[in-house]
Design a protein around this ligand. Structure first.
Ligand code: PLP
Length: 423
C-alpha cells in the first residue's frame, strides 16, 4: 500500500504537492479521501493499562506507546492537529510544527517558552503591532528587556543593536518579520542567523532566530532553508485565505516544537478541531491562491505607480536594481506578495474621499483573504503609533495598505481609477 500521503517522511515532494494531501492516511478514516472533523473533547481508552501507557508516553516519553498517535483530551492534542501539524511542517521543510488558536497565540507562546526574566530580545521595527506590543509592553512586565534594529539588511546596524541588547541581558531571541508590515521592509535572514551564531560563539548562549513569514507565506519564502530556528505564520492570512478564521503555526526543530506543545497544554491555546480542519482544507489551494493574488498585485501596483494622484508605491517588485534590499529580495523571496502600501498626494481628507468612493474594494484591516482589502494606515492599523514615529517608519497621512485578492485585476483597477478621480 502506497503511503506517500500519510507517512512522516515527505520524500521528494515539493511544498505544493505536500499541501494537497500529506499528513492524512485514509486508512484511519474508513477510506475517506478527505479527513473527517474530529469534534470531540476526550478520547476512550481500550483498557486501564492502555490509559496508563498513553499518559506515560505523553508525559515521560517512555513506554510502548511512544511515537504512536494516541490521544487523551483535545487540549493536549487531537487528530485534526496531528494532520495540520504534519502537513505544515512538511510544507515549511521543518522537522515539526505546532498550531495555535491565532498568530498572536503563537507569538506569545514563543515569548513565554524561550525567554526568562533578565534576558533580552532583539527585534526589527516596523513589525506587526501585536508583536511590538508583546515585546515592548507586555513581556517587560515579566522582566524581559528589548532592543530594536531599524534596517534588517544592514549588518553593522544589526550587530550594534545586538550588542545593545546583550548589554541589557543574555540575548534569548532574534525576531524578524519579513517583509514587514506595512511598508514591506525586508530583513536578511542569512544575516540574522549569522549574528545569532556570532553571539553564541562570543557569549556561550546562542539566541534562537524567529521569523514571522505571514506576508509571503510558505511557498514564496522558505525561512527554515535559511537556517532559522522557528518559522511563525499567521495562518489567518494567506494560508487559510478566506478571512473566516484565526489560527497560527510554528515550524522548527523537534525539541523546540515539543517544548511549545507541552506548554500549550498548560496555556490551553491550541487550535480547535473544526478550525484545524478548515486550515488543512485551505492549505490545499494556498499556493494557487497566493500565485494569483501576487500576479494581480503586480498589475494593481503598476497602475498605482503610474497614476498622477499617487505619490509612491511601496511594493517589493519595484525595489531598485543594485540596491542592498533588492539583493536580499532576489536571494530570499520567490515573489513580491500581494500586500503593499501606496501613498496619495495629500493627507487624511484626500485618502478618506478615495476610500469612501470605492465600490468593490472592501475597507477593512487584515490581509491575505480572497477579497481585496484596503485601509488607511495612520487612522487604523497604526492609530496608536505617535505621528513622528509613523512618519519615520514611512507611513504618511496619505498612506494606504492594500491586500490584493482574487478578483479580476481589471475590475480592481477600474474601481481604484474611479475612486481616485474623486480625490
Ligand atoms: C495578522 C498577523 C499576525 C497576528 O496573527 P493573528 O492570527 O491575527 O493573531 C502576526 N504577524 C503578522 C505579520 C500578521 O499579519
Amino acid at each position: 500500500m502506497a503511503k506517500d500521503n500519510s507517512g512522516d517522511n515527505p520524500g521528494p515532494y515539493r511544498p505544493e504537492t505536500l499541501a494537497v494531501a500529506f499528513g492524512f492516511d485514509p486508512q484511519t478514516a474508513m477510506g475517506a479521501v478527505k479527513p473527517p472533523v474530529y469534534l470531540t473533547s476526550t478520547f476512550i481508552y481500550p483498557s486501564a493499562q492502555h490509559a496508563k501507557d498513553v499518559h506515560r508516553a505523553f508525559f515521560d516519553a517512555e513506554g510502548p506507546l511512544v511515537g504512536i498517535s494516541n490521544h487523551i483530551y483535545s487540549r493536549l492534542g487531537h487528530p485534526g492537529l496531528d494532520i495540520l501539524e504534519t502537513r505544515l511542517a512538511a510544507i515549511d521543510g521543518a522537522e515539526a510544527a505546532a498550531a495555535f488558536s491565532s498568530g498572536m497565540a503563537a507569538h506569545s507562546s514563543i515569548a513565554l517558552a524561550f525567554v526568562r526574566p533578565g534576558e533580552s530580545v532583539l527585534y526589527g521595527r516596523p513589525i506587526y503591532g501585536g508583536v511590538d506590543m508583546l515585546y515592548s509592553q507586555v513581556m517587560p512586565q515579566f522582566g524581559l528587556h528589548f532592543e530594536n534594529y531599524l534596517d534588517g539588511t544592514d549588518p553593522e546596524g544589526v550587530r550594534k543593536a545586538a550588542d545593545a541588547a546583550l548589554a541589557k541581558g543574555p540575548l534569548a531571541l532574534i525576531v524578524a518579520e519579513t517583509p514587514a508590515n506595512p511598508t514591506a521592509a525586508i530583513v536578511d535572514l542569512d544575516l540574522m542567523v549569522a549574528v545569532a551564531d556570532e553571539v553564541g560563539t562570543r557569549t556561550g548562549k546562542r539566541p534562537l532566530v524567529v521569523v514571522d513569514n505571514t506576508l509571503l507565506g510558505p511557498f514564496a519564502q522558505r525561512p527554515i532553508e535559511h537556517g532559522v530556528d522557528l518559522c511563525m505564520t499567521s495562518l489567518t492570512k494567506y494560508c487559510a485565505g478566506h478571512s473566516d478564521l484565526l489560527a497560527g503555526g510554528i515550524s522548527g526543530r523537534t525539541d523546540l516544537i515539543h517544548q511549545l506543545r507541552t506548554l500549550r497544554t498548560t496555556w490551553g491555546n491550541h487550535l480547535d478541531p473544526f478550525t484545524s480542519w478548515l486550515v488543512v482544507r485551505s492549505l490545499e489551494s494556498a499556493s494557487v491562491r497566493i500565485e494569483r493574488a501576487m500576479s494581480n498585485a503586480r498589475l494593481v501596483a503598476e497602475f498605482l505607480r503610474d497614476h498622477p494622484k499617487v505619490a509612491g508605491v511601496t511594493y517589493l517588485g519595484f525595489l531598485p536594481e543594485g540596491s542592498r534590499r533588492r539583493e536580499v529580495y532576489d536571494r530570499q523571496c520567490k515573489g513580491a506578495g500581494s500586500t503593499f502600501s501606496f501613498h496619495l498626494h495629500g493627507g487624511e481628507a484626500e485618502s478618506f474621499r478615495m476610500l469612501d468612493h470605492l465600490r468593490l474594494l472592501k475597507l477593512a484591516v487584515s490581509l491575505g483573504g480572497s477579497e481585496t482589502l484596503i485601509c488607511h494606515s495612520a487612522t487604523t492599523t497604526h492609530y496608536a503609533v505617535p505621528r513622528e514615529m509613523r512618519l519615520a517608519g514611512g507611513i504618511t497621512d496619505g498612506t494606504m495598505r492594500l491586500s490584493v485578492g482574487l478578483e479580476h485585476p481589471d475590475d480592481l483597477i477600474a474601481d481604484l481609477r474611479q475612486a481616485l478621480e474623486a480625490v
